[in-house]
Every structure is written in structure tokens, then in C-alpha cells.
Design a binder for this molecule. Structure first.
Ligand code: GLC
Length: 746
């Protein structure tokens, strides 16, 4: 359950609530969107369009913005009609907060929220990458770093962590979440909530988390963003809800409803999801905010006749705060007077918002002091080091033919690809408070780490190839390091791709480089799994670099030079071809699992399995597994396996333990990740890794919401990734084993 308020804090909230007018209560349910209202002769949206399609340069845009007028809704704040805003500048936060605290009737402070998804100033790897570090201590530290940096800027509420399980890499937002596995997602969720919320040693050290997007958004049909979502209850319960339940258990204060409809009912107005499951069943202590403009879009969904109807349906479903439409503040008073929304619903929503503000200490410390706001004007060394550590641990070595990597420091390298020399491309989607001067490009990092690097742009995700540069790159280097992939704009929100191979002419570029006969090392910068069958067959080595944040350049260079032995693993399966999407390891077996026999669940024109499976990743050393043993130990299984470093250098292995419920009342996945443990072993060192799997975690929810623990045969796997075949069988009984809570059925 969430971190509770003290008795005194609870009393302050109740006393305040008793004094508030209906308008003031609805004001707390209103997050105004800061809008650009002009100062130039075209609408702001058109400016953005002109910049996106190149009719306006970034410099011209920035000059125009200098004259722009921004509406911060000061008057509405003064009238007590605003509860929250998205503002990240500390002076502006203080200025607006002063109006709320000193010029309104009750002085209720504003809460400033922002999309701090993977770092504020010190941007660290995108979530799909960092989840692949399988290092929950690190995940917690980076979140704590982001909390400190943003709180010192006045931002006390992060629209993070994003916890959408996602199995279809065509969806651009796979970049923002912890991948395809519910258990890894729940470990990520717990770590992020702890990091964001738990350091109360100073008011400026913690923020409120906002779990998003509740729920099922990652299952958008065909990987098309905002698309409809349909799924059986057991899929929802055993996959998409799992990270959210973990995060609420860890104390998360708020959540954000997702854009999508879930089985026909948009989450924004989905009482079963928001009230019955998230608030009543899981116990979210704080409030639920809509996604941007989402209440208005319920009219477009076709679930509400008009905006007032959409507002009523949202408020009654348990949606406590309206992000950016003003529908609540413009309509709910009338809805209450008409009896269409109860006063209880308004009081519950307002109480939740006030409670989070009280829990954040905003009533007693509403402003950011001069000293505090200057605290992170420059990024401290420890933050840079943490960003570097996270980057180094999140990169994944996918191929290393002939052990060409690591490269000697005096290797004559032709560094190729326009992404390599672009500092603003290392930060990834949703990096909004970073500064280019803090970013280390791959070219920067390579020049620092190697003594003989020549750079040839040659081409990139967009545009043509430069034949002369390609010729020079091929002639002048002993090894070609090609930095290719996606631009930041090709992943993240509203960035679904129907073909997830390397975009543009990058494969053609690779063909030309490979034709030189020189070894080609492909370093990927991308925000989603890519379909890499051709690359895997043709290049010498592949390092998945994702978008690793401000220290990306150093992390990649350290791995290529061997200063850092790669230890990242895949949090999402990589398909061979796009047509395999959605593809994920924890799938049911079907009655005809893919095999060489024609009449099985397979494609005629594509492989049966992922190119690189969930949990996969190489090291510069090698590991061997043996002696898997599974025994019952009261309310748990004790599982142990021997791991030996059979290579010639120290390395860190992520030892993964999977389970299969062989026969149950509904079909269960062929494997489910249940535990993992990282082990750092010296060359030749062998270690027995032992974990405990609680019997209560071996069950599943059925379509009726019942948590089932069914006696029977289980297979326990251990290994380096989800394709492991090292397995032991065991019969397990669940007599008197405590169960997980049941779920309500819609
Ligand atoms: C966006 C995103 C959501 C984000 C919100 C505020 O549309 O869906 O993740 O937090 O709007 O920027």
C-alpha cells in the first residue's frame, strides 16, 4: 500500500476539504496545459509543422519563440481553478506557486508534473535498454537521481515509470517501457517507485511517481499507437497488470489512464479498470490523471456524446484529474447540480489530489529556494558516473564473429554513420530537460578511447548515401564501425513503424561497406527491437546500443575497447522479420507448436523463433551451466545451478530462472521468468547460484479473476536466456499456500 499520511496530515486534508467550495474542489481536478498563444503571425501548431517538415529551421523557430507569448492561466490559478501545470523552470514554478499560495482563498499549492521518463538533466538509458541491465539497484539509483534533479527545478511529480508490457516492436512506445516480460517489468516498477519516492531525507529528494498507462496500452492492435485493445481477462491479469500491482505495492502515489479502449471501454472512462481494479483491488492511495486531451477524445472514441458527457463518465469512473481539456472545470459543477456526478466522487478525487500534495510536503515547502534551484546547474560527477554505469550495463552484445571485439586501442577504425556524430541523438524519446553540452556522441567517445579513428558520415536513417565517403571509409580503415539505426523521432509516442528493418538506405550502406572485405562492426542506435535477419547473417559483430543517454559515446567506446565487458541482456525479443510481430517468449504452446512438420503453428517464409530471444546477450567471456537442482522447501522451491566462467576474462552473467506450469485449468506459457540473479565471475571461477521461488508466485489468474494455485507438474529452467533447455521437473502441491488477491471481473 502507498506511503500513508500521518494522522496530522490526514486531518489537515480533511479540514481543508471541508472548507472548499465546489469550484475549488473541481479546480484541484484540473491540470491546465501551458499554451503558446501567439506573438507571431501563424498558429503555434503550424510552426511545429513547418519545423518538422523543414520549412523552418530550429534556429528560426527558437528566434520566433523568443517573441512568443505563453498562457500560464494565471487568472484561473488566482480563482482556485487550477490544481496542476506542466512547467519545469524553477523561477516560473515559484511565480505561479506564489499566485496559488498567496493570492487564492485557501492557498492550496500547485503540483508541477513532467515527463521525466529516463532522467531530467542527467539522461540515462531509455527504459527498454535499462530494464535489460537486470540491475534493479541501478534502476533505483537512476530514478533517485532524476527525482533530485527535477525537484530542484520545481517538478514534484513524474509521469513515470511507464510500465506498459509490450510484445509488438512496431509500436514506437516499446522504447519507454521495460519490455515484454511481466516479472522483469514488475522488478523495474518496484525499483523506479523506490527511487522516485522513498528518500524523504530532504524535501528536494523525492517526487510522486505516476504509473502509466493504465492499462493495456502496449497491446495496441497491430502495434499502431492509440489503437484499440482487445484481450481476454487472463491475459490482462497475468501480463499487463502485473507491473502495476507491484508498483502500487511499492507505494506508488498516482497513475495515468491510457488512451486506448480496453475491450470497448476507453481507460479514461473505465470504472472496472480505474476504480474496481486500480483503486479498490490494488489500493492506489493517490489520484489518477487522464492522458493528454484524453477526456475530450472520449467523444471521438464514441463513448460520450459531447464533452460534458465525457467529463461525467470520466469522473464517475474514478478519473481524478483532467489533463489539458478544461472539461472538468467547465462542466462538472453543472453535472453535480444535475445529480449526474455525485459529491462523493468529487470529494474522493479532490481528497486524493490534496493527499498527494500533502505527502510531497508542498503545503509546507511550496517554493524552490535560490540555493536549491542552482544545485544541479551543472551535472555533478556522481550523476555523470551513474549515467555512464547505466549506459555500459544496458548495451547488449548480439554478435561477435571470430571474437573481433574488443578492438585494440590502436586499431585503424573507420567510424561510419551520421548518427555517430550527433549528440542530440543519444538521449532517446522523452528526454526534455537535457542540454547538448552534456551529451557524449559516439564519435566523441571513440576519439577519446582509440588513437586512430577516422570519421566518415556516409549516410544514416534518412537521406542519401555519400559514395566518396563510403569509398574512403572502406579504403582507410582496418575495421569499419558503422553506427546505424533509427533517429530519436522514429520511436516513442506516435512513432509506430510497419517495417522495423533498418530505415532508409542503411542496409545498402552496409552492403557497400561489407563489399570492402573489411570486418564491419554494427553499432545500433534505436528505440525498439529491429528485424535484423540480414544484418545478423552478414556483419561481423553487432552491439545493440539503444539510446543510452548523455554518456552513450563513452559507454559504447568502453565496450568496443574491452574496458567494459558487456553485460546487458534483451528485455524484448528481436524478430528476424517484421512479419513475426508480435513475438514474445512467454507464449502458450498451442496444440501444434512450430516445427518442421508443415501442419504446425509457423510461417512458410520466416523462422519459427525470434532472431534474438528475450534475455539474450553475449559477453567477451563465456559461461557454462550445470547441476540444476530443484527441491521443495516449505512454502517455496529452492533452485540452484552451477555457473562457470569458461572464458579468459572476468564477466557478469545474468542467471535466469524460468518456470512452466505443464498442465493447468487454462493453458499457460511455455516459460515464465520467475527469478534472476547477476553473477560476476573471474576467468575459471565457478559459483552455485541459488534462488527461492515462493509457491504463491507459481499461480495465475483465470478469466474469472480467481488466483489459481493448482497441484501438478512443473518444469524449472535455468540459463543465459529464455531459449535455455536446462530443465528439471518437479511435482508441487499448494496445500495451505497463501494466494495472491483475486481480481474483479468486468
Ligand atoms: C502524452 C503521453 C503521456 C504523457 C502525457 C503528458 O500524450 O501519452 O505518456 O505523460 O502526454 O505529456
Amino acid at each position: 500500500m502507498g506511503i500513508a499520511l500521518t494522522k496530522e496530515q490526514t486531518n489537515r486534508v480533511e479540514e481543508l476539504l471541508s472548507k472548499m467550495t465546489l469550484t475549488e474542489k473541481i479546480g484541484q481536478m484540473n491540470q491546465e496545459s501551458v499554451s503558446i498563444v501567439g506573438g507571431f503571425d501563424v498558429p503555434f501548431e503550424q510552426l511545429i509543422e513547418m519545423m518538422t517538415d523543414g520549412r523552418l529551421s530550429k534556429e528560426e523557430f527558437e528566434n520566433i519563440m523568443k517573441t512568443a507569448k505563453t498562457d500560464y492561466h494565471e487568472d484561473a490559478i488566482r480563482e482556485g481553478k487550477v490544481g496542476s501545470l506542466m512547467v519545469q523552470d524553477p523561477e516560473k514554478c515559484n511565480e505561479l506557486q506564489k499566485i496559488a499560495v498567496e493570492e487564492t482563498r485557501l492557498g492550496i499549492p500547485l503540483i508541477f508534473g513532467l515527463d521525466v521518463i529516463h532522467g531530467f538533466r542527467s539522461v540515462y538509458p531509455i527504459a527498454i535498454a535499462e530494464a535489460g541491465s537486470f540491475d534493479t539497484e541501478l534502476m533505483e539509483k537512476t530514478a533517485a537521481m532524476a527525482a533530485k534533479e527535477s525537484r530542484c527545478s520545481g517538478v514534484a511529480w513524474h509521469f513515470a515509470p511507464m510500465l506498459d508490457v509490450a510484445r509488438d516492436a512496431r509500436w514506437g512506445r516499446v522504447s519507454e517501457g521495460p519490455g515484454e516480460d511481466p516479472y522483469l517489468g514488475s522488478c523495474f516498477a518496484r525499483a523506479k517507485v523506490r527511487g522516485l519516492q522513498n528518500d524523504h531525507s530532504e524535501n528536494e529528494n523525492y517526487v510522486a511517481a505516476c504509473l502509466k498507462h493504465f492499462v493495456g496500452y502496449g497491446a495496441a492492435e497491430a502495434g499502431k499507437d492509440y489503437n484499440t485493445v482487445s484481450m481476454a481477462n487472463h491475459i490482462l491479469y497475468n501480463n499487463y497488470l502485473v507491473p502495476f500491482r507491484a508498483a502500487v505495492e511499492e507505494g506508488a502515489q498516482t497513475a495515468m489512464a491510457s488512451f486506448n479502449d480496453l475491450n470497448g471501454v476507453p481507460s479514461t472512462v473505465n470504472k472496472w479498470a480505474l476504480r474496481d481494479i486500480l483503486k479498490d483491488n490494488m489500493g492506489l492511495p493517490g489520484f489518477v490523471v487522464s492522458d493528454a486531451n484524453a477526456i475530450k477524445e472520449c467523444v471521438v472514441h464514441g463513448i460520450a456524446e459531447d464533452e460534458k458527457d465525457a467529463g461525467e463518465k470520466s469522473a464517475n469512473a474514478g478519473l481524478d484529474m483532467d489533463m489539458g481539456t478544461e472539461i472538468y472545470i467547465q462542466n462538472l459543477e453543472k453535472s453535480v447540480e444535475e445529480g449526474k456526478v455525485s459529491m462523493d466522487a468529487i470529494d474522493d478525487a479532490c481528497r486524493r489530489v490534496l493527499s498527494v500534495k500533502m505527502w510531497l510536503g508542498l503545503f509546507d515547502h511550496p517554493y524552490v529556494s535560490e540555493e536549491v534551484m542552482k544545485r544541479y546547474e551543472e551535472i555533478p560527477e556522481e550523476h555523470k558516473e551513474l549515467a555512464l554505469a547505466s549506459a555500459e550495463k544496458s548495451a547488449v552484445l548480439l554478435k561477435n564473429e571470430g571474437g573481433i571485439l574488443p578492438l585494440k586501442k590502436d586499431t585503424k577504425i573507420s567510424l561510419v554513420g551520421s548518427l555517430a556524430d550527433n549528440r542530440s541523438e543519444v538521449v532517446g524519446a522523452w528526454a526534455i530537460s537535457w542540454k547538448e553540452k552534456d551529451c557524449v556522441s559516439i564519435l566523441d567517445g571513440m576519439k577519446q578511447e582509440f588513437s586512430n579513428v577516422n570519421y566518415y558520415p556516409c549516410g544514416g536513417p534518412e537521406g542519401d548515401l555519400n559514395e566518396n565517403e563510403i569509398k574512403d571509409a572502406c579504403n582507410n580503415g582496418d575495421v569499419i564501425v558503422a553506427v546505424l539505426g533509427e533517429t530519436v523521432a522514429m520511436s516513442g509516442e506516435a512513432s509506430s513503424r510497419a517495417d522495423i528493418t533498418l530505415p532508409g538506405k542503411q542496409r545498402e550502406l552496409l552492403q557497400k561497406l561489407i563489399a570492402s572485405g573489411k570486418p564491419v562492426v554494427l553499432v545500433l542506435m534505436n528505440g525498439r527491437p529491429l528485424a535484423l535477419q540480414w544484418e545478423a547473417e552478414n556483419v561481423t559483430a553487432i552491439l545493440e546500443g539503444w539510446h543510452l543517454g548523455i554518456q552513450m559515446g563513452n559507454a559504447i567506446a568502453h565496450i568496443l575497447s574491452g574496458k567494459k565487458n558487456p553485460e546487458g541482456r534483451l528485455s524484448s525479443s528481436f524478430p528476424a522479420v517484421t512479419g513475426q510481430c508480435p513475438i514474445y517468449y512467454n507464449h502458450p504452446n498451442t496444440g501444434r507448436p512450430a516445427g518442421n512438420f508443415k501442419f504446425t503453428s509457423r510461417y512458410l517464409d520466416a523462422p519459427f523463433t525470434a532472431l534474438y530471444p528475450f534475455g539474450y546477450g553475449l559477453s567477451y567471456t563465456s559461461f557454462e551451466y550445470s547441476d540444476l537442482a530443484v527441491t521443495e522447501d516449505n512454502d517455496a522451491l529452492k533452485i540452484s545451478v552451477k555457473v562457470k566462467n569458461t572464458g579468459d576474462r572476468e564477466g557478469t552473467e545474468t542467471v535466469q530462472f524460468y518456470m512452466q506450469d505443464v498442465a493447468a485449468s487454462i493453458v499457460r506459457p511455455v516459460k515464465e521468468l520467475k527469478c534472476f540473479e547477476k553473477a560476476t565471475l573471474a576467468s575459471g571461477e565457478e559459483k552455485t547460484v541459488e534462488v527461492k521461488l515462493l509457491k504463491k508466485h507459481m499461480g495465475f489468474w483465470n478469466n474469472q479473476g480467481k488466483y489459481c494455485l493448482e497441484d501438478g507438474l512443473f518444469r524449472i529452467y535455468a540459463g543465459a536466456d529464455s531459449a535455455t533447455e536446462l530443465c528439471e521437473e518437479i511435482r508441487v502441491g499448494f496445500e495451505s499456500v497463501e494466494k495472491e488477491p483475486d481480481y474483479p471481473v468486468e
